[in-house]
Design a protein around this ligand. Structure first.
Ligand code: PLP
Length: 386
């Protein structure tokens, strides 16, 4: 296969504008790069955008999930139900919080946790649910919250894909006790590395802020900032999970542009839907009018009833044509550690496995030009013979 592109189309490349460049330089020139006023501003802006309770900036969504699960104060080993159709960080955070991950299968069309499957996995040791708003499509939060209410369970939303997602106008991440967001470099708002926890209970927001920085009662900006030196105490053995002002310098302007970029991804999304519909692919399912999809990932499933080309062949052939792709995700329960530790086998969660064996994601970021998107379609036609 002859590549016709000169430049490799990097999957998930961020758009970084002149505003971020200027803010990063201003942050450097201010002499304050650690956690300080720019993080405080991003927290305020994020809470204003998403709604719900206070937002606490942290070093990653993984840290956000860990701190949120820990803040629930559950007994060691308590069971937390989550989806096998997620990134491993969701599961690792449950494990690091001293809890036991229990999977419930997802729905094939929405790729989100199936509330009926969750209900079937609730037992005497179940204490929490971690729904993942897959690709930015909101989970059925009314059904999951009703289930949580009925069984006295806590809810931590993995909203890593879901900054712009809403249900009846209410943002994902504000339904449960906590909503955890990612600012990783491929996500819809990026700070290179970073994340945010939105907390329903302001008292728990305070605890998370303290736990995110060594358990210290005063953060460094309060100690060394322009109000003069203040002593701190350590109130618990905390973590080094803070977000930096240098990171927030990106995030402030990424967030300010989040709606405009959503509309651009919507154009790319509609283009892909239109141009790929006659290929042997299962394209993202339509969604009801009362929800808003964050359009984080455009996932395609290779339709093995209509083509003999495998998913892995699609990945390597697109790569040869200089198109970067992602796989979101192979079913988590079948990855080595979880399989060994929790005794999972093929067939345990057939919908997640079915998706995981067929799925690949094509470039959808705002760094993708119309020409790039046309190249993706052309490459897929070559690869799949459409
Ligand atoms: C990216 C991602 C995370 C982890 O986010 P980081 O900010 O990289 O720690 C967690 N869950 C899901 C579903 C993700 O996609």
């Amino acid at each position: 296969m002859q590549p016709w592109r000169d430049r490799y189309l990097v999957f998930g490349a961020p758009y970084i504008g002149p505003e971020e460049r200027a803010e990063v330089l201003a942050c450097i020139d201010s002499g304050w790069l650690g956690t300080g006023p720019r993080v405080a501003r991003l927290q305020r802006d994020f809470q204003a955008y998403v709604g719900g309770g206070p937002a606490v900036g942290v070093g990653s969504c993984t840290a956000a999930l860990h701190l949120a699960l820990r803040a629930l104060g559950l007994e060691p080993g308590a069971e937390v139900v989550t989806s096998p159709m997620t990134f491993c960080a969701t599961v690792n955070a449950i494990i690091h919080a001293g809890l036991t991950p229990v999977f419930a299968d997802c729905d094939r069309a929405t790729m989100n946790l199936d509330p009926a499957a969750v209900a079937a996995r609730i037992g005497p040791r179940t204490r929490a649910i971690v729904p993942v708003h897959f690709a930015g499509r909101p989970c059925d939060m009314p059904a999951l919250m009703a289930l949580a209410e009925r069984h006295g369970l806590r809810v931590v939303e993995d909203a890593a894909h879901a900054i712009e997602s809403t249900i009846d106008g209410r943002h994902c991440g504000t339904f449960g006790d906590f909503g955890c967001f990612s600012f990783y470099v491929t996500k819809n708002v990026m700070t290179v590395e970073g994340g945010m926890v939105v907390c329903r209970d302001p008292a728990l927001a305070e605890r998370i802020t303290v736990a995110a920085l060594h358990g210290m009662s005063k953060d460094a900006w309060m100690r060394y900032g322009d109000d003069g030196f203040v002593h701190y105490d350590v109130v618990e053995a905390g973590f080094k999970y803070n977000l930096t002002d240098l990171a927030a310098a990106f995030g402030i302007h990424q967030l300010a542009r989040v709606e405009r970029l959503w509309h651009r991804r919507r154009e790319l999304w509609d283009f892909y839907l239109r141009e790929l519909r006659d290929l042997p692919l299962v394209l993202p399912a339509p969604w009801p009018a009362n929800i808003r999809h964050a359009l984080h990932l455009f996932t395609c499933l290779v339709d093995d009833g209509r083509t003999r080309v495998t998913r892995d062949q699609v990945l390597s052939r697109l790569h040869a044509l200089r198109i970067g792709t992602g796989v979101h995700y192979r079913a988590v329960h079948l990855l080595d550690y979880y399989r060994r530790t929790y005794g999972h086998r093929e067939g345990d969660f057939p919908n997640a496995e079915w998706i995981g064996a067929r799925t690949f994601s094509i470039p959808l970021s705002v760094a993708v030009t119309d020409e790039d998107a046309a190249d993706v379609v052309r490459a897929l036609r070559v690869v799949l013979g459409g």
